[in-house]
Every structure is written in C-alpha cells, then in structure tokens.
Design a protein around this ligand. Structure first.
Ligand code: CA
Length: 283
C-alpha cells in the first residue's frame, strides 16, 4: 500500500515537472517543414492568383522542401516560378494559425528566413481574411507584413534588399521602410544571400484607438550578431481590427515587361506565442 502511494506521488511529481516544462516553452508550431514529405503539407494553400505567364505555364509557383546536408534540417524554399518563367504576379501560399490572435491581444511570431538569391520580391505576414478572400485580396490580405526585395519601385527608387516593414499605410497603399540598425542609426544592410536570419515580430492586435494594429520587429543574423529591435510601431496594412487567422506569403516575378527576377526565399521554424516573447523557440 505504502509503496504504491509513493509510486503515485512520484508519478504525479513527474507529470507536474513535465507540465511545467511545457508551460515554459509556450511557442506553438505553425510549421518547421520536418515531415517526411518532399512537398509542403496539405495544410498549406498554394495559389497563383494572377498568372500572366506567356507562354502560359500552369501553376508556375515553386514550393520545395529542401534539406541541409550537415544538420539534416528541412526547410521550405519558395520561388514565384522557375528561372526564366515570367509573369506570375501573385504566388500565394498560406496556412491557418494554430491559435487565432483575437482583437485586443498581442502575440509574438518567430520565423527564420534565408534569401536564396536576389533579384527577388517576397512578402510574408499575417491575415485576418479567409482563403477565398486572401486569394482575391492578395497583398491587401496582409495586416503585419515583412518584405524582402531589391526591386525598383514604379517611382524609380531601388530597394536595397534589406528586410522591410510597412512604415504607414492607408487603404492598402503602403509605404515601406527598411528595418533600422539602432547601433549606427542607419537602415539595415541588405540581407545576405545564403544566410539564415531569425525574425521576431510582436503583433499588437488591439484597436487602433488603443495604439494597436501595429507591429515591432526584432532580428538576429548577418550584421546583427545579437538580437536587436530594428523597428517599432510598423503599421498594419489595412487595420481591419479583426482576428488574425492565417500566415501568408506572396512572391512575385514582376510584370512581363519589367521582371524583377525569381530568386527564392527560404522559410523555416514558423512559430507563434501569446504576449511579448523574445526567446527563440529553437536552438
Ligand atoms: Ca526545419
């Protein structure tokens, strides 16, 4: 009798220690691309919603699961189309969040990214829209949005290839800005090809009148050997004040007449957690 009681206490302690460990790691996995398949999981929606390829290529978007030789780590490599295929203007891929981010709440998202090559044009972030509307709205489905591109804008400004955020936006007209290096007060350097960067984005989904519909960005990698806050109070693209439900990425070859280039962007270790959390969910 006594022995079984001790066993019971021991197993209860064991359960509670395990429970505490799980509470410590509050990160929820969105995707780390470690399933055995060589394609994205069926949780992802892959849509080419403005396919102007000419000659026409059906489903030109590239979504590959790649493996790093040394670590065996698997990741998602995205390109708007194969090299030389032009005119896939909105290559969407998106996955539902494990938890919705309700209006009034703040959450932290973590994503590792690596530029396979420039020139390119990629965006990723979060949406409060559902699939049919994400397909229809494309860029305007985004609320918090991060952008990787070295493309030339229609006004002639050339982007450097630094990670960008939305400085301000009105009705979907977004003004982008490079993240800033607080150590020298200058715009961050271009992302280095072939180097992984860790990105934390703290997403404030409170009402606009309460200071929400904004996000702040932290990064580690490249010139940032230590984690740095690199942008405060970036603005949601639409400010719809609705629960955020999807992680969305968009890649774009650019228009047929002025293509940007189909360089890839790799994604890995996409996680979310409630509140402000600046630890890394992975080593
Ligand atoms: Ca992985």
């Amino acid at each position: 009798m006594k022995k079984s009681y001790q066993l019971l206490v021991a197993s209860l302690l064991c359960v509670s220690a395990k429970g505490m460990a799980e509470v410590d790691t509050s990160w929820l996995l969105i995707d780390d691309f470690e399933s055995a398949s060589n394609t994205l999981s069926s949780d992802w929606h892959i849509r080419d919603v403005q396919n102007e390829t000419n000659p026409f290529v059906k489903s030109p978007q590239i979504a590959l699961i790649k493996q790093e030789q040394a670590s065996q780590n698997r990741y998602y490599l995205k390109k708007p189309a194969a090299n030389g295929v032009l005119g896939n203007r909105k290559a969407l891929s998106y996955i539902q969040l494990p938890n919705t981010l309700n209006v009034g709440d703040t959450a932290t998202f973590y994503t590792r990214i690596m530029v396979e090559s420039f020139p390119n044009n990629h965006s990723f972030g979060l949406s409060n829209q559902r699939p049919a509307d994400i397909d229809k709205l494309a860029y305007n489905a985004f609320e918090p949005m991060l952008r990787v591109t070295d493309k030339t804008e229609s006004d002639g400004t050339r982007n450097s290839g630094a990670l960008m955020v939305i400085k301000e936006a009105l009705n979907g007209k977004a003004k982008y800005q490079d993240i800033q290096n607080p150590l020298n007060g200058k715009a961050a350097e271009p992302l280095q090809e072939g180097k992984w960067y860790e990105v934390w984005y703290v997403v404030d989904n409170r009402l606009k009148e309460n200071g929400g519909q904004t996000y702040s960005v932290y990064i580690r990698g490249g010139e940032f050997s230590q984690q740095q806050k690199v942008y405060d109070n970036a603005e949601f693209r639409m400010k719809r004040e609705a629960e955020l439900v999807y992680f969305v990425t968009i890649a774009n070859t650019g228009p047929l007449k002025q293509p940007y280039g189909n360089g890839g962007l790799a994604y890995d270790d996409i996680y979310m957690t409630t509140g402000i959390e600046l630890s890394a969910p992975v080593d």
